[in-house]
Design a protein. Structure first.
Length: 81
């Protein structure tokens, strides 16, 4: 069994991490991969929403739930026509 002396300056600061080589290599290879893959549907819907905002197709802000519900009812009647 090999003996390794670790300086107290490393241990005291919490700067020392001991990992098996296999785990370290896995960690390094995983860090270069894209972790989150975005769904293209989200980008499309976001683009549509931003376009609606740009062209003023938004309602609100509302100061109360009653105000919000009244706006929904008004706009529902407009769309039926």
């Amino acid at each position: 069994m090999q003996t390794l002396t670790i300086p107290k300056s490393l241990v005291g600061k919490g700067d020392l991490v001991v990992l098996p080589r296999r785990d370290y290599e896995q960690l390094v290879s995983d860090s270069s991969k894209e972790v989150i893959k975005r769904d293209p549907r989200i980008d499309r819907e976001l683009a549509k929403s931003l376009d609606d905002i740009k062209h003023g197709r938004v309602y609100g802000p509302f100061s109360s739930v009653d105000e919000f519900m009244a706006s929904l009812r008004r706009n529902q009647k407009r769309k039926k026509k």
